[in-house]
Write a protein that binds this ligand. Sequence first.
Ligand SMILES: Nc1ncnc2c1ncn2[C@@H]1O[C@H](COP(=O)(O)OP(=O)(O)O)[C@@H](O)[C@H]1O
Ligand SMILES: [Mg+2]
Length: 307
Amino acid sequence: MRDTIVTTTTVGKTYVSRGTQIHALNNVNLTIDKGEIFGFLGPNGAGKTTLTKILVTLLKKSTGGAFVSQYDVDKDAHHIRKIVGYQGQDTERSGYLRFTARENLELFGRLRGIPKKEATERIEELQTIGNFDFLDKYFVALSIGQRQTTIVMRAFLDEKAEIVFLDEPTRGLDPITALQLRTFIQTYVQEEGGTIVLVSHDMYEVESLCDHIALFNKGRIINQGTPTDIKKVLPSFYKITVTLPSPDKSLIEELELLPYEIIIENVHHVPDILQIMKKYSVEEYIEIRKPTLEDAFIQIVGGDNHD
Ligand SMILES: Nc1ncnc2c1ncn2[C@@H]1O[C@H](COP(=O)(O)OP(=O)(O)O)[C@@H](O)[C@H]1O
Ligand SMILES: [Mg+2]
């Protein structure tokens, strides 16, 4: 039997902003199992933060039902708050500047009602899991990545939290800090168990960390499944950009003769292009990159995603 920790049935949320209604969530059905890393993946404005806030009881839904660990988000908010950890986007990177990172965490622990000794031990534990070395620096002296890491650690402070929601924990971070944070999340689940909801618009992050993913678009979950299932609906293609210092008519003509255009559907096409570029000694002007989620969504929904 499945051991579920989050269930939502036909959840809807409508914001009213200056007299207009914004349907941020429509008919959202979701099940999250205990012990997994579950990804909320989708472009900006898709409704990921709205659903996260409903589940941690910071926001009221408009319709439908939502349960966390069998507690009703409307009726049992005080129970839910005791068993969730949450890192939001609003509180991002804030802390008392004249306290060290550790003192900031200790203060947060006190506000949450965690006994001092327990909090101290827990901070040590999290520090070991993440191999973090900056906790005794003043918050004011921390890098953006270290501040964000402290904010993420905060969400894990309460040992009794059964589920931790992280809303875009690595957004805007340098690749090394982002990787450290991902490693922390992964190691945490391996060593401590627990359930994590990871909100992200980075499909590679979600693919590498999550057991299951819900794919959000325009307030709906358009697909749910394992990363392999989701990869089937997200087109896989490579973006190849050629930027020449000066236009070379014959080179362009030759590229145009290739039997595909703009979006190269298959990485095996790259050598053909490279060969032509090499012939003209301009191979350094080619840039090849994997698609972003935005690229993939533009492929699926035809570019009308940013409304
Ligand atoms: N407080 C609010 N008032 C009005 N509209 C909002 C509010 N918060 C979010 N929205 C709108 O709801 C939609 C979903 O937003 P959000 O849940 O933040 O998406 P995501 O986290 O996926 O980027 C967007 O269209 C956004 O503009
Ligand atoms: Mg968001």
